[in-house]
Design a protein around this ligand. Structure first.
Ligand code: NDP
Length: 292
């Protein structure tokens, strides 16, 4: 005879997480998170969901109704999600954008793991940001997250170079007023000369992102020196022309895949309470991008 209690104890309900965005079809995060859940034997599902700008309110309501453990936000929802949240972490509040929501007993907490993922990827290469002079190309979402986290982690000075002057100046002011780091805006002359005291140079623009793989930021590449570390947030294709030019000048290079894997690992930990299998996540991404 079949023992009834055995079946009563089983849980067939998966914990749900995912991403809301538009466009979102090409977002590779789901493959990486699903592989990580499988590696850790967790019954979680990561759903890649197209949510139009006008539908964010009911979508966030659905996070509560479905009891989802959390959700990632990507274009165009990272800022517009703020009114639907109950709480923000310090970094998310300063950045003014959220890429990850954690549902703690129906309290929705907004966090931003983009900059933290970036710092972890630099850390993997033995590059701390404390006391460093950093130059960031860009002032969009990724640049804001990276600038704020570098400043909170003790960077000495953060120079912002951006095509749109208003956005660039606003980010430099934010860093100056809300963190302990010095910051100023440098106009994007064509090409930009990288000041020689720069220790870490970051491309946080979308220049070079697929299908625009033959483009690179308009800077004077001969102003990059061998003692600089140069990093790119673009992960598709990860070996960008920007990084190739920096490598030709002998600079150390850190590509965008590490940041992507690390922010995914941080999200995994926030949602599951379990340490993420980072090596699994990195290798899945490399496979997705045809690197192994
Ligand atoms: P945003 O749209 O918020 O910002 C885009 C930035 O790029 C702006 O500063 C914009 O300048 C600049 N830009 C775009 N085109 C040009 C151009 N032709 N010349 C000069 N500047 C330009 O995008 P995000 O910040 O969200 O994303 C930026 C990149 O970061 C994307 O490639 C994205 O894939 C990547 N990313 C990578 C992550 C990772 O884990 N590796 C995580 C998150 C993002 P302006 O203000 O003048 O318009």
């Amino acid at each position: 005879m079949v023992k009834r209690e055995k079946y009563m104890a089983k849980n067939y309900r998966a914990e749900l997480v995912g991403v809301f965005g538009n466009p979102v079809d090409e977002n590779p995060t789901g493959v990486m998170e699903e592989a990580a859940f499988a590696a850790k034997g967790l019954n979680y599902r990561y759903l890649t969901i197209k949510v139009l700008e006008k539908d964010l309110a009911p979508a966030m309501q659905a996070v509560r109704i479905f009891g989802m453990r959390g959700i990632n936000l990507t274009i165009p929802h990272k800022v517009s999600v703020l009114p639907y949240l109950d709480e923000l972490t310090e970094a998310a509040e300063i950045i003014g954008a959220v890429n990850t929501v954690i549902n703690e007993k129906n309290r929705l907490i907004g966090e931003n793991t983009d900059g933290k993922g970036f710092l972890a990827a630099l850390g993997d290469e033995g590059v701390p940001v404390r006391n460093k002079k950093i130059l960031i190309l860009g002032a969009g979402g990724a640049a804001r997250a990276i600038a704020v986290e570098c400043a909170l982690a003790g960077a000495d000075r953060i120079t912002i170079v951006n095509r749109n002057t208003g956005r660039g100046k606003e980010l430099a002011e934010l860093i100056k007023n809300r963190t302990g780091a010095q910051s100023h805006y440098l106009r994007w002359n064509h090409p930009v000369t990288i000041p020689p005291e720069t220790e870490i140079l970051i491309n946080a623009t979308s220049i070079g992102l697929f299908p625009d793989v033959n483009s690179k930021p308009d800077i004077d590449y001969d102003s990059i020196s061998a003692d600089m570390v140069v990093s790119d947030v673009v992960f598709n294709d990860p070996h960008t022309l920007f990084l190739q030019e920096a490598e030709k000048r002998g600079a150390g290079s850190v590509n965008g895949l590490g940041m992507l894997a690390h922010q995914g690992a941080l999200n995994f930990k926030l949602w599951t309470g379990t340490e993420a299998p980072l090596a699994v996540m990195e290798s899945v991404l490399k496979k997705e991008f045809g690197l192994i």
